[in-house]
Design a protein around this ligand. Structure first.
Ligand SMILES: Nc1ncnc2c1ncn2[C@@H]1O[C@H](COP(=O)(O)OP(=O)(O)OP(=O)(O)O)[C@@H](O)[C@H]1O
Length: 241
């Protein structure tokens, strides 16, 4: 499995209050698959993503990335595994504004103390259709172009999995479609594993399967559903919460 969660539980404590954000969730993300995670507000989507990506340590259960149980790793080893094996794409792109597109893409390698091989960054930018924008700063790129640079940056370390948190949340419909087509192509043509949290049924319909969360639990899974069917299921879930 690229990522696996076994009985993952997350309890947030603030003062005397406790929130059970994940309630014994078990799920696998096989290599070369595109999964969407949906659910009503507060259902635990971000918590699931953060635990699965090793950004947060769950209260209980086991998360493994590429066969490595994260609970066995100290903070240094966990940071290294995240840096080398996990790619992140965020709603707000999170590019470094003072760096060019090429420098942003090279950043994860630089942080790992590696000098990019000749052509490596150019190839990554070409893979997202932006070879001719290498010298542009983020402010000189459209939103969709910035997100494609962020995707190239996420892929430069050849991660076992890319986690995308609302990757089209800040984009218009047409640009969203381009970014989703790109994510789909990365799975189909390069066997990339992608896990995407989204509120958008159109985005979720691009995935191989849609995991539905409600109250911190897996409430169902849809495969091959179109956006209309996903939206209808979400309406039912929201009404029940
Ligand atoms: N750091 C925290 N401290 C305390 N409670 C938290 C914390 N983070 C999340 N929670 C709570 O855990 C539950 C799940 O939150 P989470 O952010 O994972 O939901 P979500 O499905 O991503 O929501 P949204 O769609 O609104 O972003 C919510 O009840 C939330 O209030």
């Amino acid at each position: 499995m690229a990522v696996s969660l076994r009985d993952v539980r997350m309890i947030y404590r603030s003062g005397t209050r406790q929130v059970l954000a994940l309630d014994d969730v078990s799920v696998d993300f096989p290599p070369g698959t595109f999964s969407a995670v949906m659910g009503p507000s507060g259902s635990g989507k971000s918590t699931l993503l953060h635990c699965a990506a090793g950004l947060d340590r769950p209260t209980g259960g086991v998360v493994s990335i590429a066969g490595t149980p994260l609970g066995d790793l100290d903070e240094t080893a966990l940071t290294r595994l995240r840096r080398d094996r996990v790619g992140f794409v965020f709603q707000a792109f999170n590019l470094v504004s003072s760096l060019s597109a090429a420098q942003n893409v090279a950043l994860p390698l630089r942080l790992a103390g590696r000098r990019p091989a000749a052509g490596e960054v150019t190839a990554a930018l070409a893979a997202v259709g932006l070879a001719d924008r290498a010298r542009h700063r983020p402010s000189e790129l459209s939103g969709g172009e910035q997100q494609r640079v962020a995707i190239a940056r996420a892929l430069i370390t050849r991660p076992a999995v890319v986690f995308a948190d609302e990757p089209t949340g800040a984009l218009d419909t047409r640009t969203s479609r381009q970014v989703l087509d790109l994510l789909r192509a990365l799975v189909d043509e390069h066997g990339q594993t992608i896990v995407m949290v989204t509120h958008d049924p159109v985005a979720a319909a691009m995935a191989d399967r849609v995991l539905l969360l409600a109250d911190g639990r897996l409430a169902g899974e849809l495969t091959g559903a179109d956006a209309g069917a996903i939206a209808a299921r979400m309406t039912t879930l929201e009404a029940a919460c």
